[in-house]
Design a protein around this ligand. Structure first.
Ligand code: AMP
Length: 280
């Protein structure tokens, strides 16, 4: 296992791998790795000669009042897990390395990034597209793996790579869940036992809606009303949005198109913000 912390060393190392004809797979993360991240690394290892995991808590994707400072960090543990899971390199730059003094260039996707997460976290995707574009330029991977857990992020990254003609394949990995259905997230560690209990309502509501669609329901209003009602039963849960959208454009669906429509939920469980989604 090799840990690289500077951009110049990462660029040189990736360049030497490509010169040897090695296929590089990249898994971008913010660290505090859990089984969701590890599933991405395993998937990458099946397709790549060399898997590089980036571990970088990206300041530009956090809003001013968000949890950047208290976001969990444990690089030693992350490096060990990456090694055990099939990665060869961890790229873990500092904020100053990625955004040196005077940094002033940002990548903005202006359509897919607007609703849902973009509406409640206005600068979030600008930070995501900027850091992912930088990682793609530094490492120039053949492919990069992202989790369906962050469905809008996947759609935004796919749009960015298409619009900017980036020569990288985007691979999407399924959402890994805890027993009970809660989607794994680095933020789940903030949840108390009772909060965790109530947060299960999110994945239950998604599954219930999916079941309604399987039984023939296509009306967006009916499905959203049901989900809102289910989450409304929980004292600690406050919905930020529960929306049915096209899974690629993120535009509101008029009626459900099976396989194409995505039900996306964001909710506060007390002060912990969770997101989850299902393709209907
Ligand atoms: P993060 O560290 O939260 O930025 O996540 C890094 C990558 O892991 C992103 O592509 C996420 O979508 C993905 N990811 C996070 N949680 C899960 C999960 N429960 N299942 C699958 N992928 C996940």
């Amino acid at each position: 296992m090799q840990t690289i912390t500077t951009v110049s060393e990462m660029q040189a190392f990736a360049e030497s791998l490509r010169a040897q004809g090695k296929k590089i797979g990249l898994v971008p993360t913010m660290g505090a790795l859990h089984d969701g991240h590890l599933s991405l690394i395993k998937l990458a290892a099946q397709k790549a000669d060399v898997v590089i995991v980036s571990v970088f808590v990206n300041p530009t994707q956090f809003g001013p009042s968000e949890d950047f400072n208290k976001y969990p960090r444990d690089l030693a543990r992350d490096v060990e897990l990456c090694g055990k899971t099939g990665a060869q390199v961890v790229f873990a730059p500092s904020s100053e390395e990625m955004y040196p003094k005077g940094y002033s260039t940002y990548v903005n996707e202006e359509h897919v990034a607007k609703p849902l997460e973009g509406a409640s976290r206005p600068t979030h995707f600008r930070g995501v597209t900027t850091v992912v574009a930088k990682l793609f330029n530094i490492i120039r991977p053949a492919f990069a793996v992202f989790g369906q857990k962050d469905a809008q992020q996947v759609a935004v990254i796919m749009k960015m790579t298409a619009d900017l003609n980036m020569p990288v394949e985007i691979v999407v990995a399924p959402t890994i869940r805890e027993q009970g259905g809660l989607a794994m997230s680095s933020r789940n560690r903030y949840l108390s036992t009772s909060q965790r209990e109530e947060s299960l309502a999110i994945s239950q509501a998604l599954q219930y809606a999916k079941g309604m669609v399987e039984r023939g329901e296509r009306r967006v209003d009916r499905l959203v009303a049901e989900v809102t009602h289910m989450l409304g039963q929980k004292r600690r849960v406050r919905i930020i949005y529960a929306s049915i959208v096209d899974r690629h454009s993120m535009e509101p669906a008029r009626e459900v198109v099976p396989g194409q429509s995505l039900l996306a939920i964001a909710a506060w469980v007390d002060e912990v913000r969770l997101i989850d989604n299902v393709v209907l």
